[in-house]
Design a protein around this ligand. Sequence first.
Ligand code: ADP
Length: 245
Amino acid sequence: MKPHTFEFRAVSKKFGATLALKEVSFNIQEGVHVAITGPSGCGKSTVLRLLAGLDAPDRGEIYLNGAVISSSSCIAVPAHKRELAMVFQDLALWPNLSALENVMLGLSGVNCTQDEKNNRALEALKLCAIEGLYQRMPGQLSGGQQQRLALARAVALTPKFLLLDEPFSGLDLLTKMRLLDEIASLADRRKITLILVSHDPFEATALCRNAVVLNEGVIEESGLLAELIERPKSEILKIFKRRIK
Ligand code: ADP
């Protein structure tokens, strides 16, 4: 079977007077983890929201396997039919539900019995190494455990693509390193392609082979991350190259 491919073709998005993205074009292919990086406010989260089908572009088109899924002010294929799941920056956990209920509620759009949902949710919690905490409320979990719960809720959907919007901000270095390793191994085992939004090239290199570097809504450079870091054009990768030397 051919790998799934997302394509942005000349995508622009405005918020009031702010042009968040200007004619942005790139591909994301199943099996190749990609980082969307760049300084704060450059349009990273906007790319993710458009990809997820949470927003529509003003101009340009987004394709999945050659078919238009979004075009000017139109979402032709809704979020839940894009074979992807998202972990938001603020995690968006339901505070009054247990860890298990959080994951089960994430499955509410899935056509299966409550028992099946229960089993899928427990399996996802196990994959994310927090099955022992299934009865806890989010407020009773540490920052790293909350991240794992948000991850479990996304993984339970068995997505082909997992969109991560700065999921490690606010975590201490050790927890972050552990999670990065575990997400890489989880993606490998479950054949999930990661699309990571991060302004931290360290996170990007830990997880992704490819990168799209944005600056003020335009692509500054894109391609193989290791090659980009060798001859960086963007300020963010120049700084990173200096830091890892
Ligand atoms: P990043 O994720 O790289 O920090 P964003 O994609 O969140 O950047 O934002 C890109 C630009 O669009 C910023 O200037 C931001 O202020 C603006 N923007 C994003 N979302 C909105 C919104 N809902 N309303 C108004 N402006 C927005």
